[in-house]
Design a protein around this ligand. Structure first.
Ligand SMILES: [Zn+2]
Ligand SMILES: [Zn+2]
Length: 307
């Protein structure tokens, strides 16, 4: 691991916040793009088998998203309430989940159960098909609460995948104007989840701007650079990358709260996808863990010591 201790990012003078696009909602082809990226990364990768499985899972998520029934968006009263209290409109904790998410899960489980995958993986999917509704809702609650022991590690990605589809569906049918910046800026303004990673964009007026990527709904929201997304400290920020890597993925580490968040620099590799490239660089997480740094943001498919 190499460190660029105290060498801060080039001091870009950022535009006033009001002129920066603060939010990008996920596209309806999100999971197709994610599956493509997993397939690109898998060959020759130490975790190739797992990345191949995640590609098939992303295919199943796309199918579930394409077939998702229309759901009622938040009404005017809900919008006013969230605005008044500075809460995310699709908050995972306060807004009731529509049971439609379980229909998405069934579809995902059917596809995984029939896919060309190891028998144990297919059996996990088949086994989950007969789990009763209340147990599934309990599993969803603990996954969304960020509990690393939320569910048996082999069941976790399947249930989390269905929750992602539901929130991506809800987020993408609402326009960006439905959402507002929140304080603190370290949680998703759409659903209130933590960011899995950050992305530093490379093109146009957004060149050099940092966006945090939601671990659940895949929305991306702006946050200034060289600032800890966990505690908002602006001093004691260091950057780490894997020795011999091209520097496209770095861990932004904070001395104040002793956590880190991975940043993906699209200027170094424009093909990166937030979730796929996060999972393909778990070696960096392991080294940060050995250095005593905790990951600040969740990845719903990975928990240290779990998956
Ligand atoms: Zn979100
Ligand atoms: Zn911090």
């Amino acid at each position: 691991m190499s460190t660029e201790d105290r060498i801060l990012e080039p001091g870009r003078i950022e535009d006033p916040l009001g002129e920066i696009r603060f939010l990008s909602l996920p596209g309806r082809d999100l999971f197709t793009q994610r599956a493509d990226r997993f397939r690109f990364l898998a060959p020759g990768h130490a975790l190739g088998g797992y990345l191949d499985f995640l590609a098939l899972l992303a295919d199943a998520q796309q199918e579930a998203l394409d077939r998702f029934p229309p759901l009622p968006p938040p009404d005017a009263r809900e919008r006013a309430l969230c605005h008044e209290h500075g809460m995310p409109l699709l908050d995972t904790r306060s807004r009731p989940r529509n049971p439609a998410w379980r229909a998405g899960l069934s579809l995902i489980l059917r596809q995984i159960g029939e896919a060309d995958l190891p028998e144990a993986t297919r059996q996990t999917a088949v086994g989950l098909m007969s789990v009763d509704e209340s147990r599934l809702e309990e599993m969803a609650d603990v996954i969304l609460a960020g509990d690393p022991n939320a569910a048996p590690p082999h069941e976790l990605p399947l249930v989390a995948a269905a929750l992602q589809v539901y929130w991506v569906h809800m987020a993408s049918i609402l326009g960006e104007e439905a959402f507002a910046r929140l304080e603190p800026a370290g949680v998703c303004p759409v659903c209130g989840s933590g960011p899995a990673t950050g992305i530093v964009r490379a093109h146009g007026t957004e060149q050099g701007l940092r966006y945090l990527c939601c671990s659940l709904c895949a929305s991306q929201w702006h946050m200034v650079r060289v600032k800890c997304s966990n505690c908002e400290a602006t001093h004691g920020i260091s950057y780490y990358s894997l020795e011999g890597s091209n520097g496209a993925v770095k861990a932004e580490s904070c001395a104040a709260c002793n956590t880190y968040l991975k940043l993906l620099y699209l200027g170094k590799d424009g093909g990166m996808e937030a979730m796929a490239d996060d999972l393909a660089t778990l070696a960096l997480d392991m080294l940060m863990d050995e250095a005593g740094k905790a990951r600040s943001g969740p990845n719903l498919f990975y928990h240290p010591g779990g998956a």
